[in-house]
Design a protein around this ligand. Structure first.
Ligand code: CO8
Length: 194
């Protein structure tokens, strides 16, 4: 049983997404955008460390292995953690558009329980763009990339200016990210997503 709210149905004027000429090539690992990101950062001991790889068009694949720190019920992934994996995967699509955007709405279907130790194989694509609104969907499979669907999501990301993060983030983390000696890490922390 699943349903999508009207807010996630692209309006009549929506257009097909356009891959940015500087988008990472198909097959390229995207890498963490911010080392402290709970979804993909290497510096978060209990983070998901999700790894996303560019696909064709505006699509990508990603993998995340459920750790003991991600449990809800004994031996099973917490639903919020699975939503995070979907959110991170969908957010990574913005690298292919090279648009700075944040999650406005995320709707998730939980189809199968996901045990600790499982590799969740995710795939995601942008389906439409309407002004600042980016419509996308994702699935997560277990038992291999062609295994059964365990989770599904549809999302609406909203394009924002870089100032969104400067204006709303806690100053000490912003200062730390801005003073990173590596210019590409400095840029990635703010340019595409939080
Ligand atoms: C590689 C990186 C991966 C990272 C993955 C992780 C991504 C994240 O988790 S981001 C963090 C979570 N998200 C947030 O913190 C966002 C918090 N929300 C906000 O800041 C604001 O509400 C924001 C920016 C989304 C929208 O505010 P604002 O810029 O004022 O836009 P606003 O005018 O309200 O809305 C713009 C359009 O979007 C629509 N919209 C906004 N929010 C929603 C929503 N929740 N549901 C449906 N539609 C929405 C509006 O109806 C409006 O539509 P239209 O243009 O047709 O009238």
């Amino acid at each position: 049983m699943s349903g999508t709210s009207a807010a996630l149905t692209p309006p009549a004027g929506a257009v097909a997404p356009v891959r940015h000429p500087d988008a990472p090539a198909p097959g390229e690992l995207l890498g963490a955008h911010y080392e402290q990101c709970f979804g993909c950062g290497e510096a978060q001991p209990h983070g998901l460390r999700l790894q996303a790889r560019a696909g064709e068009g505006i699509s990508l694949t990603a993998e995340f292995t459920v750790q003991p720190a991600h449990q809800g019920a004994p031996g099973l992934a917490h639903g919020g953690v699975l939503a995070t994996a979907l959110d991170e995967t969908l957010g990574s699509l913005n690298w292919l558009l090279r648009t700075v955007a944040v999650t406005g709405r995320l709707e998730t279907d939980y189809v199968l329980p996901v045990p600790v130790g499982t590799v969740l194989h995710l795939e995601a694509e942008v389906t439409a763009v309407a002004g600042r609104k980016i419509y996308s969907r994702a699935t997560g499979r277990i038992g291999g990339p062609d295994g059964p669907v365990a989770v599904r999501a549809q999302a609406l990301f909203i394009e924002v200016k870089t100032e969104h993060f400067i204006d709303h983030g806690r100053p000490q983390e912003i200062r730390a990210a801005m003073s990173d000696p590596d210019p590409s890490r400095r840029e990635r922390a703010f340019e595409v997503n939080p």
